[in-house]
Write a protein that binds this ligand. Structure first.
Ligand code: FMN
Length: 334
């Protein structure tokens, strides 16, 4: 099945096949804005605590605040339908630019699961439905959910999807791993083969999309309406262009060269610094910048340098220009 290019989240029209995966600590406002021109059709904020919004905590409200840029969902986590609905209502009052809510039903982190939130919600499929129902009664914008396969002992995504669909959810993302598998090992696309054809709402498929081939494979196996790219685009934003372009034209674009990567890394640095200030942005970039030069000849030493010597923008810029002059014409490999 070749999925159509245009699809909908409720009445929200989406043009393009790539969803930028939410990543706590990474997909902040400026990161999402930086990624958009690469071909992202929809983005989702970092997960945001319902209680944080209800109590107006600064960190949570930072996630709630964004300009109208392109279809963007606010991701909420929590464990109580009424509380989540209240947070959704408050969030909309605070920011009219929220296009939809995405409910986190997949986070495996113990701090979240021990509180009955994230992937723990999948232990109680009817509650998953109640959460969506309650939020939809309260706010007038689409509601989506992000789930996993279930837990190792209870692969129950079909039951959860049924409950969510009964509650009129507008789209579902499935990360094709179990709660215990966290973020490692191969995703189990075989368990979600042709899943889209059993569903009446759009399916977004997530898990280990690091190359165009990975994306095409995930979509071909599942029939999903869209593919979520998360870690694969960190340091390789052009991956999103390759996937988007492929679904528009069936053409395969080659991977970028290091000098393009250097420019993009510096643009991202600018955007992050504008949002967060230099110190916080540089902390993030120490992890992200080395990924921009992954997979090319002689990059190991430079990656190490970027990870340890990126102490401010000046140093980052100096290192990146040094790398560009040495290996600027090399293509990255994925
Ligand atoms: C550092 C990190 C933070 C994440 N934070 C979130 C989050 O806030 N909400 C969420 O639904 N998923 C989160 N995820 C999961 C991703 O959105 C994605 O589903 C998962 O990484 C699988 O895709 P990938 O293998 O292509 O990275 C996170 C993943 C990582 C690695």
């Amino acid at each position: 099945m070749v999925p159509i290019l245009m699809w909908k989240i409720g009445d929200l029209r989406i043009e393009g096949r790539v969803v930028l995966g939410p990543m706590s600590g990474i997909t902040c406002r400026s990161y999402r804005e930086f990624m958009k021109p690469f071909g992202v059709a929809v983005s989702v904020t970092e997960m945001t605590s319902d209680n944080g919004i209800i109590h107006g905590l600064q960190r949570s409200m930072t996630y709630v605040k964004f300009e109208h840029n392109y279809p963007t969902g606010l991701q909420l986590f929590g464990n109580d339908p009424d509380n989540l609905a209240k947070a959704a209502k408050n969030a909309i009052l605070y920011n009219k630019n929220i296009d939809f809510f995405d409910i986190n039903m997949g986070c495996p982190v113990s701090k979240v699961v021990n509180n009955g939130s994230g992937s723990a919600l999948m232990d109680n499929p009817s509650k998953c439905g109640d959460i969506v129902r309650r939020i939809k009664e309260t706010v007038n914008i689409p509601v989506t959910a992000k789930i996993r396969l279930g837990s190792n002992k209870n692969i129950n995504f079909r039951q959860v999807i049924d409950e969510l669909t009964d509650a009129d959810v507008d789209a579902i993302t499935i990360h094709a791993r179990t709660r215990e598998e966290l973020y490692t090992g191969n995703p189990h696309f075989e368990l979600v083969e042709d899943l889209q054809s059993d569903m009446s709402i759009p399916l977004i498929i997530s898990g280990n999309v690091y190359s165009l081939n990975d994306a095409v494979r995930a979509v071909d196996i599942t029939g999903a309406s869209a593919v979520m790219v998360a870690r694969g685009a960190v340091g390789n934003p052009y991956l999103i262009t390759q996937i988007d372009h492929y679904y528009r034209t069936k053409e395969t674009l080659s991977t970028p060269i290091i000098s393009q990567q250097v420019n993009w890394c510096l643009s991202l640095a600018d955007a992050l610094i504008q949002e967060k200030g230099e110190e916080l942005a540089i902390n993030m970039l120490r992890g992200i910048a080395p990924k921009f030069i992954a997979g090319c000849r002689g990059c190991r030493e430079y990656r190490h340098k970027l990870a340890v010597e990126t102490i401010d923008l000046k140093n980052l810029t100096r290192l990146l220009y040094e790398i560009e002059s040495e290996i600027g014409s090399e293509h990255i490999r994925t």
